[in-house]
Design a protein around this ligand. Structure first.
Ligand SMILES: Cc1ncc(C[n+]2csc(CCOP(=O)(O)OP(=O)(O)O)c2C)c(N)n1
Length: 333
């Protein structure tokens, strides 16, 4: 089931080419991210991962569909719920798991944990849990790429609550005024911790209309259907690459996990669309994949995940000197 029919959302995917190698890649990317996060969920209670985790389960189609449009040299930034974004844009699995374990081999050298992932080699310039903070940092990145006349596109992901921060409005204004090459991606799961969207905004207000009011081309679309996300993001990102300036997309989604922590809630209510189940059934029906492909891939992923966890557990914690290296306060003399 799709949000699209119910809410009249944009679907440009039908107008854009989606071929079977790309479909397979996107499906396997969603499956891989799901299995990685399920393993985090399983091992979390051992209390060796000491950072809070905000799992992306249920929202994976967004990072995967958007990332399928990115090129080397593009930049990605995110917030507290960033695992899927990091992995989808090519973040290194070993470094990611090691980061959750606080080890020096982690992508942020074990100093950041789940909510501070950085991997320059993947163009993932960072996640920060202060709501809305990376919207302005990513806007600054886009400003810098434009100033240096580079062709990179910057993508920044944030949740619906971030659109309630002043920095969101300032950033959109700045990006539009200077025609910056940035895609703002709002993952609207209609919750801010325990407060539903309906209690935070007037019923008539839509996030996509805020971006439209800055004269930024904006779409609202279903975030659970990967090909739809891909097609809509493709349309917007191509426009950005052609010099059309900032674009905005609001993706309606559902997280199938508690706000923070390892608990997977699953599809409790009727009508909830799991992007993994939906895509698997679609590709099996359309004969793009067969069950045997999935079984083989599942085995490969399990092996890859096991190796990453084993390596992370055996790795060293950062030394005391490294822990102190980047702090400004040096203590009383
Ligand atoms: C500036 C700021 N205010 C409050 C918080 C506490 N906080 C952490 S997550 C969160 C809600 C996040 O909701 P949303 O951005 O919609 O993302 P979701 O968790 O639903 O993916 C809040 C308010 C924070 N991290 N930063």
């Amino acid at each position: 089931m799709s949000f699209m029919k119910d809410k009249g959302l944009a679907d440009l995917s039908l107008k854009k080419e989606v071929n079977s190698p790309l479909q397979k890649k996107m499906f396997f990317d969603i499956l891989r991210i799901r299995r990685i996060e399920e393993e985090i969920s399983r091992q979390y209670s051992d209390q060796e991962m000491r950072c809070p985790v905000h799992l992306s389960i249920g929202q994976e189609a967004i990072g995967v569909g958007v990332s399928a449009n990115l090129k080397p040299g593009d930049y990605v930034m995110s917030g507290h719920r960033s695992h899927a974004h990091y992995l989808a844009c090519g973040g290194n699995l070993d470094k990611f798991i090691a980061e959750l374990y606080g080890k020096e081999t982690g992508c942020t050298n074990g100093l950041g944990g789940s909510m501070h992932l950085i991997d320059k080699s993947a163009g993932f310039l960072g996640s920060v849990p202060i709501i809305g903070s990376t919207i302005s940092i990513a806007t600054g990145l886009a400003f810098e790429t434009k100033r240096r006349k580079k062709s990179n596109v910057t993508v920044v992901y944030f949740g619906d609550s971030a659109t309630e921060e002043g920095v969101f409005y300032e950033s959109l204004n700045f990006a539009k005024s200077l025609n910056l090459p940035i895609l703002y991606v709002c993952e609207n799961n209609e919750m801010s911790v325990e407060t539903p969207f309906s209690k935070r905004r007037h019923q008539q207000q839509k996030i996509v209309d805020i971006a439209n009011s800055f004269n930024i081309e904006s779409l609202c679309s279903d975030g659970q259907i990967c090909e739809g996300v891909y097609g809509n993001a493709k349309y917007l990102i191509e426009g950005i690459r052609c010099g059309e300036g900032p674009k905005f997309i609001e993706l309606m989604t559902t997280k199938l996990v508690e706000h923070c922590g390892p608990k997977i809630i699953g599809m409790e209510s009727e009508g909830v669309c799991d992007p993994l189940t939906y895509y698997k059934e679609k590709l099996l029906n359309d004969k793009i994949i067969i069950q045997k492909d999935i079984d083989v891939y599942e085995m490969d992923i399990q092996e890859e995940i096991k190796k990453a966890f084993d390596k992370a557990k055996k790795a060293k914690f950062p030394s005391r000197d490294k822990l102190k290296a980047n702090i400004f306060y040096k203590g009383e003399k």
